[in-house]
Design a protein around this ligand. Structure first.
Ligand code: C2E
Ligand code: CA
Ligand code: CA
Ligand code: CA
Length: 278
């Protein structure tokens, strides 16, 4: 029995080694990716629910690895988060976002808002607010043009520091959206304690809105709750006209989804926004 136990242990340990090895390989590639400029921001339009007018965009990270091709953020963000690489990567995203807002002003697109995702580590750290202050001041950016998206689960990892962060952002006029709403296990009480501007309804609720009465009820109630707390609502993952019509009838202000546009390279988004603005 003893030798069998040891055999099992060896088997277990070698498969763990492989996972660990792949993990380290990925971490290594990730840390080089920043220097090698393999990251790019894609933009997905955020539109007014009533008429589809573009009101802004969400910045979504893309990693082009020379051999592995395009790697999804769902694969590399968790690794970046755990290894701490998310901090330099998150800074890169914010710097790039600031550049974009400068170009937009020059291109006559200064009315558009840019939403940027924050990770849990960025929310907990102390360097975010000073960086934002520097970026806004150096580039003459109006704070209200920037919106930061924080997931419910990231915000609740450390509610005390989140509250401090959200107060600092509010004091500067930077907008804050709560992302992936309803997917965590947190209580609703933070909605009134935290200073938020927007609630984003997760795609998992929007997906079956037409066929699942429970999802329809949850979405209607979420929109009503958000409005009663003074938050605007954005629905994510809107793919069909029927979904749009339902959300519109419930007073949901804005939408993101393949019905309107997929995430796209910056130049493509700018051409699209300019064509509509002209
Ligand atoms: P998220 O913040 O919830 O972003 C929305 C995701 O839904 C995006 O996936 C977007 O491409 C996708 N999506 C939008 N509309 C539709 C639709 O109609 N149908 C379907 N099926 N999907 C739609 P993406 O770009 O793969 O990003 C995945 C996640 O990675 C994001 O989820 C976010 O949590 C994370 N992420 C992306 N960029 C960043 C970043 O710069 N920083 C951090 N911390 N996280 C990021
Ligand atoms: Ca988001
Ligand atoms: Ca989301
Ligand atoms: Ca999500």
């Amino acid at each position: 029995a003893k030798s069998q136990g040891r055999g099992n242990f060896q088997f277990f340990s070698s498969s763990m080694n492989r996972a660990t090895h792949e993990r380290l390989l990925m971490e290594n590639r990730l840390s080089q990716a920043l220097e090698k400029q393999e990251f790019e921001l894609y933009l997905q339009p955020q539109v007014a629910m009533t008429d589809g007018r573009i009101i802004g965009a969400e910045a979504l990270l893309r990693w082009h690895h020379p051999e592995l091709g395009m790697i999804s953020p769902d694969r590399f963000i968790p690794i970046a988060e755990e290894s701490g690489l998310i901090l330099p990567l998150g800074d890169w995203v914010l710097r790039r976002a600031a550049q974009l807002l400068v170009t937009w002003r020059e291109q006559g697109l200064g009315h558009l808002r840019l939403a940027v995702n924050l990770s849990a580590r960025q929310c907990r750290g102390t360097s975010l607010v000073p960086l934002l202050d520097k970026l806004l001041a150096d580039n003459g950016i109006a704070a209200a043009q920037l919106e930061l998206e924080i997931t419910e689960s990231a915000a609740m990892q450390d509610p005390e520091s989140s509250r401090t962060l959200l107060q600092a952002l509010r004091a500067r006029g930077i907008k804050v959206a709560i992302d992936d709403f309803g997917t965590g296990y947190s209580s609703l009480s933070y909605l009134k304690e935290f200073k938020l501007d927007r609630l984003k309804i997760d795609r998992s609720f929007v997906k079956d809105i037409e066929t699942d009465p429970n999802d329809a009820v949850i979405v209607s109630a979420t929109i009503a709750l958000a409005h009663s707390l003074g938050l605007e609502v954005t629905a994510e993952g809107v793919e069909t006209e029927a979904q749009r019509a339902f959300l519109c009838s419930k007073g949901c202000e804005t939408a993101q989804g393949y019905l309107f546009a997929k995430p796209m390279p910056v130049e493509q988004f700018e051409a699209m926004a300019a064509a509509i603005t002209a």
